[in-house]
Ligand binder design. Sequence first.
Ligand SMILES: [Zn+2]
Ligand SMILES: [Zn+2]
Length: 221
Amino acid sequence: MSDYCKPYERVDEALELLWLFKEEGHKDLKRFHLSSEDADVKSLIDELTKEGLASVDADSIQLTDKGGELAKKLIRRHRLAERLFTDVFDLSHDIVEEDACKMEHILSEELTDSVCTFLGHPTTCPHGKHIPRGECCKKYQMDVKPVVMRLTDFEVSRKGRIVFITPSDASRISRLSSIGIIPGTIIKLIQKRPSIVLQIDETTIAIDPELGREIFVKNVV
Ligand SMILES: [Zn+2]
Ligand SMILES: [Zn+2]
């Protein structure tokens, strides 16, 4: 984890580190000492074993079942937060990392599942790492499409409801609203190239494809 994670609970950070070890397929105690950013790794390991979260022998350390369950949830929240900030809000890498580190400690399970559903149960984070599955993913295994997506990812000839707009240029909002592109509006996507063509009621509107990336819609069935 990065420096940003430092102020947060040491046990959580240790659990995540051990989860990464598991993903990399090793349980190297020496590497744990080297990789941990904790000021007192020895007492950290004592705490982990006392709480039954990790088991240690001569030169190895690994998560127990209990520790693994907790680590899986932390990693899931962290990677979903990364996806949310990167895909939906286009935030820079530093901000994504900092806020993902905060979110992993505070998101409730329900909210985590809502974020997961909103994003269409993504399987990987922006770094290509696996996002552990949650209850919501099991329930909606068949539903792989995100609930809300960019207009540019929307299917031609489908109807959708505009959920929100994230303009890079604030002056666009008023121009968009003057042509009826506001949250709540039902649109039908007519074409995506060379420009995006939408139908709102009986009116056909063409917009810049670049703008289509800033408009988020939800399927209307
Ligand atoms: Zn990541
Ligand atoms: Zn899910």
